[in-house]
Ligand binder design. Structure first.
Ligand code: NAI
Length: 625
């Protein structure tokens, strides 16, 4: 009989109100099914069932207050105990009765996992095996042992608690690694100084996507007459429809709130110990947080990055005055700037430029080099550049910014000196890894860009210490951080795995959006690779036409001899959702022959993939005659 206790869900929460039962006595339940929802003064959460079985007894009714440690429900999991006789249909049981049947070690807690009592002595051996993941699993003898020789020095510190694994940073790298570690039986702690979910969930990917959705809806409203709505409205009336920024921001905040609470809860429900505070390396295998000294067998540094601020005259003053913002502060602006200057036309710059342009700002982008989105395929650069300019975004290339004033930016382009007025300036000129907490760690190698240097397994120069995500400076993308986290945990539990960066997809959420995987056409040219390149415009797609969104293309790059897929590049609606198909094919070393034979549903944008591959094959056949 499994006596399910209300677990400590952290944040200083000791009790909650049982909102709704999702099961009744006699119901068959499986591990992971929702048992009930609970509301505390901080969160509302669904509580999952940790075992398979039959509901024997519900000890509380909806609306009751339950306390940490209370046995809320008894589940017959087939482990015996004659008290197991299913309780009568009565819902409520007096608390005394509940406590009377409690055994000292009998209760489980939410999402209980078995935690190893012994710290694992070395790689492999008795350590639990991780499930296979999409990352590349490497045979033991393929792995370089070079790092195994590097030791971790520093003062010996007496610690109050020891963990198999401590993770510093609860972004998409850290929290995914923590969950995976706990599920694999490691006694795990995660330390976060600011917000669970990291930059991505709180002030990065997710809030920007929520705002971009509002901007997209607004764009569609403006074009509603094309689709047969509001025909009675005059142009001025449609133009008079303005975004309500407060509501747009509230929606964004709700999305973020839901996700970040979910992350904190995920940690606790997997029995990952969470610490909120600034972590600091204090000695050999030791970390301090809020005055607590914690020892680790393995450490994952997942501290992420922050926006880079460059030495421009007046930038720091402008930043203090709120005139200049990084993407983090821009996500809390209280109004839509009438005139916005974006410094840097990289990924963050173009996404924010599109967002505020769509919401009605007059946007000027200042880019120090002669192109935008430098690392992308040239056709993507050109298509997006033309699209932005056509919409009225002013892009000034080869701009040399000399000064930021109270309400303007001064720059030169060649001999021409320009001064542009603005309400706000967004600075998006790259990101800097957060390494400060580990600067005292002996032998930790730091690279030229301030990143923690790692090998293919995210192993740092210090034994037992790994670095994942933005802090290792490899690919500053949330999904790469998560993949690295899973790989490192797999390696720690004896299943040596390295992240497969070659088939990593990248997405940019502009209007229109863009996505890429693999090599670019210019890379193929520069490296004299024998390839075939095939491109299909979106306007031939029935789905794109039906949607009225025909801007963009699909480009496929394949090896000329074998047809093996080497790269794929998209601009156009839904492209961020369909790029994964190409990544998976590249992972499997698939060819354009395979892809062209894969039946794609009609009508979808994804049909462009098989269509493009079919035409690539005609070219291949001709070339290989
Ligand atoms: P970035 O490196 O992508 O772009 C920075 C741009 O600023 C470059 O084009 C550079 O030429 C320009 N720049 C540098 N100094 C300048 C100056 N003095 N004046 C004018 N322009 C200057 O950096 P960004 O956009 O800040 O993004 C940072 C990281 O975040 C990237 O690694 C990116 O991959 C990641 N990210 C990814 C997203 C996605 O995948 N959708 C979304 C947001 C960020």
């Amino acid at each position: 009989m499994y006596k399910f206790k209300f677990a400590d869900i952290g944040e200083g929460i000791h009790e909650g109100k049982l909102l709704k039962w999702e099961v009744k006595v006699g119901d068959k339940v499986e591990d992971g099914d929702t048992l009930f929802s609970v509301e505390t003064d901080k969160i509302t959460a669904e509580i999952p069932c940790p075992v398979d079985g039959t509901i024997a007894k519900l000890n509380y009714k909806e609306g009751d207050v339950i306390h940490v440690g209370d046995i809320v429900v008894v589940i017959d999991d087939g482990t015996g105990d004659s008290a197991a006789a299913p309780a009568p249909a009565k819902v409520e049981a007096p608390k005394e009765t509940v406590e009377a049947i409690e055994e000292p070690d009998a209760g489980g807690v939410v999402g209980e996992i078995k935690v190893s009592n012994e710290l694992f002595p070395s790689f492999g051996g008795a350590a639990p095996k991780a499930p296979a993941t999409s990352n590349t699993i490497v045979k033991e003898d393929d792995v370089s042992n070079a790092n195994d020789k590097r030791t971790q020095d520093g003062p010996k510190v007496d610690c109050e608690k020891t963990y198999d694994l401590i993770i510093v940073g609860a972004g998409p790298g850290g929290y995914v690694a923590a969950e995976h570690a706990a599920k694999n039986g490691l006694k795990t702690a995660i330390i976060e100084r600011e917000f669970f979910g990291g930059v991505c969930l709180n002030v990065g990917c997710i809030p920007t996507k929520a705002l971009l959705k509002s901007a997209k809806v607004y764009k569609q409203i403006k074009h509603m007459q094309d689709y047969g709505f509001g025909m009675e409205l005059a142009e001025e009336q449609i133009n008079a429809i303005k975004p309500n920024w407060k509501t747009v921001m509230n929606r964004k905040n709700e999305v973020v709130g839901q996700l970040t609470k979910g992350v904190a809860f995920l940690m606790r429900s997997n029995k990952v110990d969470t610490y909120t505070g600034e972590a600091k390396y204090i000695g050999d295998h030791a970390i301090e947080v809020n005055g607590k000294k914690l020892a680790y067998k393995k450490l994952i540094i997942a501290t992420g990055s922050r926006a880079r601020r460059i030495p421009i005259n007046g930038l720091e003053e402008g930043y203090k005055a709120g005139f200049v913002a990084t993407s983090k502060e821009a996500l809390s602006w209280t109004e839509i700037p009438k005139n916005l200057i974006v410094i840097g036309a990289g990924v963050i710059g173009v996404e924010f430029a599109c967002l505020f342009d769509a919401l009605g700002s007059k946007v000027t982008m200042l880019q120090n080099i002669d192109k935008i989105l430098e690392i992308l395929d040239k056709d993507i650069q050109k298509t997006l550049f033309d699209s932005f300019v056509k919409r009225g975004i002013d892009i000034k290339l080869s701009a040399n910014i000399s000064k930021i004033n109270k309400d303007s930016v001064e720059l030169s382009i060649g001999d021409k000196i320009i001064k542009i007025k603005a309400d706000k300036v967004l600075i998006s000129v790259g990101r800097v890894p957060n390494i400060e907490a580990f600067k005292d760690m002996p032998n930790l190698e730091i690279g030229k860009r301030g990143e923690i240097v790692v090998d293919d397994y995210c192993q740092t120069s210090v034994q037992d210490v790994y670095a994942i995500g933005d802090v290792n400076g490899r690919l500053m993308l949330a999904h790469v951080a998560s993949a690295e986290g899973v790989s490192v945990v797999d390696t720690i539990v004896g299943h040596k795995t390295r992240t497969n960066y070659e088939t990593n997809p990248s997405c940019i959420y502009t209007f229109p959006e863009s996505s890429s995987v693999g090599i670019t056409e210019q890379f193929a040219k520069e490296n004299k690779l024998d390839v075939v390149v095939q491109k299909t415009p979106y306007r031939v797609s029935g789905k794109a036409l039906a949607d009225g969104e025909t801007e963009g293309f699909c480009k496929i790059i394949a090896d000329k001899k074998t047809g093996t897929l080497l790269g794929a590049h998209f601009v156009g609606q839904s492209s961020t959702d369909i790029i994964s198909e190409l990544s998976a094919f590249m992972d499997l070393e698939g060819t354009v022959y395979d892809l062209s034979r894969t039946i794609h549903p009609h009508p979808t944008i994804a049909e462009l993939i098989s269509e493009t591959c079919r035409h690539a094959i005609y070219k291949l056949n001709k070339a290989n005659k």
